[in-house]
Design a protein around this ligand. Structure first.
Ligand SMILES: Cc1cc2nc3c(=O)[nH]c(=O)nc-3n(C[C@H](O)[C@H](O)[C@H](O)COP(=O)(O)OP(=O)(O)OC[C@H]3O[C@@H](n4cnc5c(N)ncnc54)[C@H](O)[C@@H]3O)c2cc1C
Length: 422
């Protein structure tokens, strides 16, 4: 058995970000994954602005290497199609100038992005990377956890950081974080070549279709004329309606609204599906000698399905706390509760807001009414764009008074709260 203070299970975005952050803090760790990279991960492949922002904090050269090596699609906004199908285009930045190296978001196949993170891990000599190593048991010991691999190897850790994703056994059985279908989504995706009609600046597309509400059909532009096409819905509703998303996806693609755009498109592989543990339920993500990061901590945005950014963010927070644990030799639940305090401050408020919006959007008439107001007023679109980076302003979205004032504003003048933020 190898005694080592910090062991991270899972080398996806959460685990890799934890190990990288620790390394940049000068702290060694063991990073274990059952896969050999490059490996695929079923995903929409949209990388939000949180990821470049956080990686730039470690070293701006990281994102430079990523862009040079994989040439991801640089994404400058969102095309939002409400059930009324009234298109709303929301750029991430008002009056942006398209400089790919400064894009606010990217689309890159996970097989590339995750392999890239592993390449970054390999550049760091203090990360002991163990791939092709499946962890099959974790047992509490006096010092922390004994972590056992299928091949018989063992590690003894003071702090176990779980980044082993949506199917984490540790999260479920040891930390007691059961899957709750009301706070979980199911999603399928398929790669296509030859889809037409994209925004010239690679806006990602969210189509909120009547029959799949709450949930959405997406088309995300990948490099080389490829696209990630998918459908996601809350699991309780999928079950209630007896839907099979794998069967629904081709129906949507072949339907009137999309027939033209897919007329010359061909699928590049099978339809694959995976679960999304949503962050809409309050959970405790720390305990004696452990922290849960990324999907293992159920941190996916319940409105957008975005989980990569929160996985990376939680990895950063875990690493920064681990530094303090080592300095004070404290790995007990009371000390590690600081993790939940920071998750609350940095991620939970945003997750709560997204959950409220997800609930509001279950009412088709409200969504159509609100998006009608937005579509009729370019100044409102400007405010919504600012909401992307201004969280205080974004909170207005769930306030009926905000929308009422907009509704009554015939002149295009904005409500005071929005004007203040200008
Ligand atoms: C269909 C779909 C579409 C999505 N679209 C988007 C999107 O467009 N944008 C976005 O931001 N998010 C999206 N998400 C969410 C996103 O994929 C996840 O939030 C993200 O992958 C979480 O990262 P993670 O590191 O926590 O987990 P993962 O990426 O799942 O990584 C976990 C790692 O742990 C390893 N592992 C698991 N068990 C063990 C074990 N026992 N021993 C050793 N290693 C183990 C796995 O091999 C894996 O490498 C989507 C999810 C789905 C299902």
């Amino acid at each position: 058995m190898t005694p080592t203070p910090l062991v991270i299970i899972g080398a996806g975005p959460a685990g890799a970000a934890t190990a990288l952050t620790l390394s940049y803090l000068g702290i060694p760790s063991v990073l274990i994954d059952k896969a050999i990279f490059p490996r695929d991960k079923i995903c929409g492949d949209a990388i939000s602005g949180k990821v470049p922002t956080l990686l730039n904090r470690l070293d701006p050269a990281i994102m430079d290497r990523f862009r040079q090596r994989f040439r991801p699609s640089d994404v400058w906004g969102i095309r939002f199609y409400p059930p009324s199908n009234k298109l709303i285009e929301l750029p991430f930045k008002i009056g942006y100038e398209r400089i790919p190296d400064e894009a606010p978001g990217y689309v890159s196949k996970r097989i590339d992005f995750d392999a890239f993170l592993i390449e970054e891990v390999r550049r760091r000599s203090d990360i002991d990377l163990q791939l092709n190593t499946e962890i099959v048991a974790t047992t509490r010991t006096q010092a922390g956890y004994r972590i056992q691999a299928k091949d018989g190897r063992e590690w003894e850790a003071n702090l176990l950081i779980d980044g082993s994703g949506a199917h984490s056994k540790f999260s479920r059985h040891e930390a007691g974080q059961e899957v709750d279908k009301d706070h979980h989504a199911a999603a399928v995706r398929q790669y296509y070549r030859g889809v037409t009609g994209f925004h010239p600046d690679n806006f990602i597309e969210l189509h909120f279709l009547d029959a799949y509400n709450p949930g959405y059909f997406w088309i995300f532009p990948l490099p080389n004329g490829e696209a990630n096409v998918g459908l996601g819905m809350r699991s309780d509703i999928v079950k209630k309606r007896g839907l099979n998303l794998r069967k629904e996806l081709p129906n949507i693609v072949a339907s009137g609204a999309f027939r033209e755009r897919f007329a010359h498109a061909e699928p590049m592989g099978p339809i694959t599906g995976y679960g999304l543990p949503l962050g809409s339920k309050e959970r405790t993500l720390s305990g004696d000698h452990y922290l849960l990061t990324g999907d293992a901590g159920h941190l996916i945005d319940p409105l957008t399905g975005e989980g990569i950014g929160n996985a990376v963010y939680s990895g950063f927070i875990a690493a920064e706390l681990a530094e303090k644990c080592l300095a004070q030799q404290r790995f007990d639940a009371a000390f590690l509760a600081a993790y939940d305090v920071r998750i609350e401050r940095v991620l939970r408020t945003e997750l709560r807001l997204s959950y409220r919006l997800q609930q509001i959007m279950q009412y088709k008439w409200i969504t159509n009414l609100l998006t009608g107001i937005v579509a009729a007023n370019p100044k409102v679109i400007e405010v919504l764009c600012r909401m992307y980076t201004d969280f205080e302003l974004r909170k207005q979205l769930v306030r009926p008074t905000f929308w009422w004032k907009l509704f009554r504003t015939k002149t295009g003048k904005l409500p005071a709260a929005a004007e203040k933020g200008r």
